[in-house]
Design a binder for this molecule. Structure first.
Ligand SMILES: Nc1ncnc2c1ncn2[C@@H]1O[C@H](COP(=O)(O)OP(=O)(O)O)[C@@H](O)[C@H]1O
Ligand SMILES: [Mg+2]
Length: 260
C-alpha cells in the first residue's frame, strides 16, 4: 500500500459510543464545503447543529451516516448508528411495520416492529400502507426504524422541519424522552434555535466549513424558555446566525431547506 493510500483516511467504525472527527474536509466540484472540521461527541451526549442553509450540515450528517465517503480527515463513529431525515423515505410498497424492520437480518419480525412503533406512539398503525399516514405519523415511523437498530449514535437531519407547530412540539418532546430512555448520543440538525436549546446538552453553529461557535446548555430539564439564561443563549445563537432576535417567541427559520 502506498503512503498516499495510507494517509487518505476515511470513516472508521468502532465499538466505542463516541464520535471523533479530526480535520474533516469535503469538496464538491472543487468547492470546499467542509473545511478541516474538528468535533467530538461524547457517549450519550445530545448535540444540536445549527447553521445557515447550505453551510454543510446535511453533508456532515451524511458523512457520519456512512452515505458519503469522498472525504479526507479522520472520522470515527460507532458502528451501531442510524439516521432519520426530513423526508421519512418509507417504501410505499411495504406496510408500516415492514418498513420499520426493513434491512434487519433474519425474518421480518412484526412483534419487534410493533414494540418500536409503540415507543413512538403509533403501534396501532403497524398494518397500514405508508401513504395513509400523516406527515407526523410518517416521521414517527422513520424514528421507529432508526431506533429498532438500538443505535449508539442517532443522526437526525431536520426530522421535524416539515411538521406543523403542534405536531412539532410533540415530536420534540418524544425525541427528548427517547434520548433519555435509550441513552444514545444524538446529533440533531435543526433550523430552530429554541428547539436546539430545549433539547441539547450543547449547541453548535456551523459556518465557513467548520464549527464556528458552540454553547453548552447547562440548564435543568424540562427547560423554561422564559428563563433569563435561556433567553440569553437564544440571543447569542441568533446573533451568531446573523438573525436579530424578534420580540416574539417564534423561532426564526434560518434554513430555507426546512420550509414546510
Ligand atoms: N451531492 C452534491 N453535489 C454537489 N454539491 C452538493 C452536493 N451535496 C451538497 N452540495 C452542496 O454543498 C453545500 C452544503 O449542502 P448541505 O450540506 O445540504 O447544506 P445544509 O444542510 O447546511 O443546508 C451546498 O452548497 C450544496 O449545494
Ligand atoms: Mg440540510
Amino acid at each position: 500500500m502506498s503512503e498516499q493510500t495510507l494517509s487518505k483516511t476515511t470513516l472508521t467504525e468502532t465499538k466505542n459510543a463516541s464520535v471523533e472527527i479530526h480535520g474533516l474536509s469535503r469538496a464538491f466540484d472543487g468547492r470546499t464545503v467542509i473545511d478541516a472540521l474538528d468535533l467530538t461527541i461524547e457517549q450519550g451526549e445530545f448535540v444540536a447543529l445549527l447553521g445557515q442553509s447550505g453551510c454543510g450540515k446535511s453533508t456532515l450528517l451524511r458523512i457520519l451516516a456512512g452515505l458519503d465517503d469522498e472525504i479526507s480527515g479522520q472520522v470515527t463513529v460507532p458502528s451501531r448508528r442510524s439516521a432519520a431525515f426530513q423526508s421519512p423515505r418509507l417504501m410505499p410498497w411495504l406496510k408500516v411495520w415492514r418498513n420499520v424492520v426493513l434491512g434487519l437480518p433474519g425474518k421480518p419480525d412484526r412483534a419487534l416492529a410493533t414494540r418500536y412503533l409503540a415507543e413512538v406512539g403509533i403501534d396501532q398503525r403497524a398494518g397500514v400502507w405508508p401513504k395513509t399516514l400523516s406527515g407526523g405519523e410518517a416521521q414517527r415511523v422513520s424514528l421507529a426504524r432508526a431506533l429498532v437498530r438500538e443505535p449508539e449514535l442517532l443522526l437526525l437531519d431536520e426530522p421535524f422541519g416539515a411538521l406543523d407547530a403542534l405536531t412539532r412540539v410533540k415530536a420534540q418532546r418524544l425525541v427528548g424522552e427517547l434520548w433519555q430512555r435509550h441513552g444514545c448520543s444524538i446529533l440533531l440538525v435543526t433550523h430552530d434555535v429554541e428547539e436546539s436549546l430545549l433539547l441539547a446538552d450543547r449547541v453548535l453553529v456551523m459556518d465557513a466549513g467548520g464549527i464556528a461557535h458552540e454553547v453548552t446548555v447547562d440548564l435543568p430539564r424540562p427547560r423554561d424558555i422564559g428563563s433569563p439564561e435561556f433567553v440569553a443563549m437564544r440571543t447569542q445563537l441568533l446573533a451568531w446566525l446573523g438573525v436579530h432576535d424578534a420580540a416574539t417567541n417564534a423561532a426564526p427559520n434560518v434554513d430555507g431547506n426546512a420550509a414546510a
